[in-house]
Design a protein around this ligand. Structure first.
Ligand code: SF4
Length: 692
């Protein structure tokens, strides 16, 4: 048993003293669970056995993959990425995939006390028995949980300390598109979409088991999209910024280009159905991947390019199959910008006709603020108002929305609000960010003003029944976005701005939520950190940091003490303004978008220049440069990017981004060079079944 930090003994309330024992087989784990599971919160999180789980014969299937979501079951079971990989691996006759989640603190205490290693839900095998441990990391606040996971599994935290027999531990997901802060803890990172690569990773992990670790890393590095950080050396300037990143082995790609799938693979339909309520207890169909709108703060909008549409018939067939195979009463149709799905009107019309008389709730998140969205929601909800209506303008003035490239005019928003309340929704949820570049005090006060104007419209239609919920987060500049050079607002500024909002948005009918500046700071230094932060992360975990995304578990002091222990400065990482030419810690990782495009977009932000939806006009961001061969393989309508090749109707490709217009308030002299302000593309088609 190699769990590294079990307490020596635990004295239970009833006086029983438990000593850690040597529990390392599925049978022993099962027996031990039976002894105490009824005493922890929600035992169903820890037993598996759900409808549609896949249990294969461990002895006769050679390749074993543990798919880990480093948070509790309730969150992990709502993660579509994990469900996709589970489905892909388990379709292979020579492979099995099993799920692993972190225990909540009460269960962890019991496991450490009893010497139970982290195990898989399906067969209860210890995690360290698998060939490959694939860890999904969608956001940075999971970093300390990864260390906790490894420790509970009895696997050395640092990849360099692992034995040849230990599994390969590989991370993927949007939380590691800057892998550097976590470089020491993983054997490798996978950059991009893993539906095909997971099978190659599993094969390599199995075939190389027992070989010297560096040999195994070499085999991993040969897989396109895989970054083995141990094969790169980082050189620094005296001021702490990076001078150069240098590959040290012939297998080390430079840069490491993300991998994408040319067409969306068949959707998952046999979802594992939890016995307990989880965050999203529903089926999901990804209708579109990627987004063409180009909001400058948005990480997903860049890293998931290009846009790929799932054919309408495939979505409809998937919804039918999910209902049949899971019994879910809710299905979510997922994408980053649902209004932009090529056939969204037809989809809603077909689904409402098919499921009009059945108990099936359909949700279509991430709709744009336009009247077409109200019609879509009306059709989907069929007169039964289930949810609030969500607006995500992210900034409250026209000027600042131009800076972030989300140019929805205030007047349009108010007209849509009028429509929403008039049709009977009682609540509008509004999401804003503070801390955008060029933001002024007036921009923050405008959040209060706009929210109140929306509520006033609601009151006009519904009286006291009208409500608004305002969610405000602070901009955390993300790697690979046009805002990756922006400094995080100071804590003093954040408190001042939160104060304006709290004073302005109180009273009946209004609910305000906001992020604590300390949580924002931790996310900020982790997002744009370099590999020296690995020591800070380990120190913070040793000092008790884990479940950093859970407000009641968050330990800011552990983080600050960890920085002091290691001799680094969190402010330098979070609040330093980066120069455009600085070598950034993630520059050798390419998500298919050129740094020059991001630099140009950052300059446009400071000018207040708006660029159009790139389905209207391709700005040559890099995707078609890196993936032109894939583009040629797929049908014209399958991607948002222009089709390439002889005889194709080509859209113009700009040598560099050309603004659609420049905000006169910011750049009067530049504004003269561009045409008048005009709106981005709106959907024209109507899905209203009443009109059919
Ligand atoms: S290549 Fe052109 S159309 Fe494709 S994502 Fe980039 S800017 Fe948009």
């Amino acid at each position: 048993m190699r769990v590294q930090t079990p307490p020596r003994d635990v004295t239970r309330a009833e006086g029983e003293v438990i000593m850690p024992r040597n529990i390392n087989t599925p049978d022993a784990i099962r027996r031990e669970l039976e002894r105490f599971l009824h005493r922890v919160q929600r035992p169903a999180r820890y037993v598996g056995g759900e409808w549609n789980q896949v249990v294969k014969d461990w002895e006769h299937i050679p390749i074993h993959v543990a798919l880990v979501f480093p948070d509790i079951y309730d969150l992990g079971m709502s993660n579509l990425g994990l469900a996709i990989l589970y489905d892909v691996v388990n379709r292979q006759p020579n492979m099995l995939a099993e799920r692993v989640f972190l225990p909540w603190v009460d269960m962890e205490r019991e496991m450490r006390a009893r010497g139970i290693p982290l195990y898989s839900l399906e067969t209860k095998h210890p995690v360290r028995d698998f060939d490959l441990i694939g860890v999904s990391v969608p956001y940075e606040q999971l970093y300390t949980n990864v260390l906790n996971m490894l420790d509970l599994a009895g696997i050395p935290l640092r990849a360099a300390d692992r034995a040849d027999e230990d599994p390969l531990v590989v991370a993927g997901g949007s939380g590691v598109t800057n892998p550097e802060p976590m470089w020491a803890f993983f054997d490798a990172f996978f950059i991009g979409e893993g539906e095909e690569a997971i099978l190659e990773l599993a094969q390599v992990a199995h075939e190389t088991r027992g070989l010297p670790r560096r040999e195994r890393w070499r085999a991993l590095a040969r897989i396109p999209g895989v970054y083995v950080p141990h094969f790169y050396r980082v050189h620094y300037h005296p001021d702490g910024t990076i001078r150069q990143v240098e590959p040290t082995e012939p297998e080390a790609a430079f840069p490491v280009l993300k991998r994408i799938v040319p067409l969306l693979p068949p959707p998952v339909t046999r979802f594992v159905v939890p016995y307990v309520d989880v965050v999203h207890n529903r089926g999901a169909v990804e209708i579109m991947r990627g987004c063409t709108r180009g909001c400058r703060y948005c990480h997903a909008g860049i890293v998931y390019r290009p846009v790929r549409n799932r054919p309408l018939e495939e979505v409809l067939a998937a919804v039918d199959a999910i209902v049949r195979e899971t019994g879910f009463e809710e299905i979510s149709l997922l994408s980053l910008s649902s209004s932009d799905y090529e056939w969204v009107g037809e989809l809603v019309q077909a689904l409402t006709e098919r499921y009009r008389d059945k108990r099936l709730a359909l949700s279509l998140p991430s709709l744009r603020i336009e009247s077409f969205s109200v019609e879509l929601m009306e059709a989907l909800e069929g007169g039964r108002r289930r949810s609030g209506f969500t607006f995500a303008p992210e900034a409250a003035t026209d000027r600042l929305r131009d800076v972030i490239n989300k140019p929805i005019p205030t007047e349009q928003m108010l007209e849509v609000a009028e429509e929403v309340y008039r049709r009977g929704w009682t609540t509008i949820k509004m999401y804003f960010m503070i801390g955008h570049p060029t933001q002024t005090r007036e921009d923050v006060e405008a959040i209060v003003d706009l929210s109140r104007r929306v509520l006033d419209i609601g009151r006009k239609h519904l009286g006291k029944k009208a409500k608004i919920r305002v969610g405000v987060s602070t901009l955390v500049p993300k790697p690979h976005t046009p805002f990756q050079w922006v400094e995080l607002a100071s804590e003093e500024e954040m408190w001042e701005q939160i104060g304006i909002l709290r004073r302005g948005l109180r009273g009946p009918g209004i609910h305000l939520s906001w992020n604590h500046p300390h949580e924002t700071l931790v996310e900020a230094f982790l997002s744009r950190g370099d590999r020296r932060l690995a020591d800070v992360i380990q120190r913070a975990w040793e000092r008790g940091a884990k479940f950093d995304a859970w407000g009641d578990q968050f330990k800011f002091d552990a983080w600050m003490q960890a920085f002091r222990d290691v001799g680094l400065d969190p402010e330098w990482y979070a609040r330093r303004k980066r120069e455009l030419e600085e070598v950034l810690p993630w520059d050798h990782i390419s998500v298919g978008v050129k740094k020059g495009f991001l630099q140009q977009e950052y300059i446009h932000a400071l000018q207040g220049a708006v660029i159009d939806d790139c389905r209207e006009y391709c700005y040559s961001c890099g995707i078609l440069t890196y993936f032109k061969d894939l583009r040629r393989q797929v049908p014209d309508e399958a991607w948002g990017c222009p089709a390439l090749g002889r005889g194709k109707k080509r859209q113009p490709v700009a040598p560099r981004p050309v603004p659609m217009y420049v905000n006169e308030e910011m750049s009067p002299e530049l504004a003269a060079q561009y045409g008048p302000r005009r709106l981005q593309r709106e959907k024209k088609r109507t899905p209203d079944p009443q009109k059919q």
